[in-house]
Design a protein around this ligand. Structure first.
Ligand code: IMP
Ligand code: MG
Length: 180
């Protein structure tokens, strides 16, 4: 399929992404000057964002990956939280930055924060490529936000999927109605 016809509207272009990762990378380099960081990338959605953001980091850092699934939704926040792939490193006493693709209801992040609390990390911050504040049901916020999306639209590309497809697009866009 011609990837240019998949999205009816581009929300975050390739050049926007370039600016975002540079801005967030600089912010993190400044905030953590002289410190070490463990980045924890939440698979699968944040793989591209993680790769580009990490290229901007000039500090000593480790990268680890987790995969989680949640069965909650906006009306049922008591759903399950399952760790499908766990950390490979001990994060005790480390500066951890979680890298997420989208902060939507906040349910996934609320559970991740609880998970890291019992690990006795030195500090915990959250970087998200996209923030959808209007959709939030949980009291969580990101420390580093790439792009704030106020419209309630379903987006794909640059790691984000619809039924596991379209993660390969180099930009983020709204999926055309005919492809749902
Ligand atoms: P939350 O637990 O509701 O915050 O869910 C966040 C997760 O839902 C993200 O990590 C995404 O995987 C997924 N998600 C939410 N909105 C979108 C979207 O517009 N496109 C693709 N995935 C989304
Ligand atoms: Mg995700």
């Amino acid at each position: 399929m011609d990837s240019r016809k998949i999205c009816e509207k581009i929300v975050v272009s390739e050049s926007d992404i370039d600016e975002i990762v540079k801005r967030l990378g600089n912010q993190i380099n400044t905030d953590y000057a002289g410190e070490e960081i463990v980045f924890v990338s939440i698979l699968n959605g944040s793989f591209m964002f993680t790769a580009d953001l990490l290229k901007q980091i000039t500090l000593d850092c480790h990268i680890d990956f987790m995969q989680v699934s949640t069965y909650g939704n906006s009306t049922n926040t008591t759903g399950n939280f399952v760790v499908k792939k766990d950390l490979s490193f001990d994060v005790t006493d480390k500066n951890v930055i979680i890298i997420e693709d989208i902060l939507d209801t906040g349910y996934t992040m609320k559970n991740l924060i609880e998970y890291f609390k019992i690990k006795h990390v030195k500090s915990l911050k959250i970087a998200t490529l996209i923030d959808k504040p209007g959709r939030r049901t949980e009291d969580v916020h990101a420390d580093y936000v790439g792009y704030t999306m106020n419209e309630d639209l379903f987006i794909v590309g640059y790691g984000l999927d619809y039924a596991q497809k379209y993660r390969n697009l180099p930009y983020i866009g709204v999926l055309g109605e005919h492809l749902h």
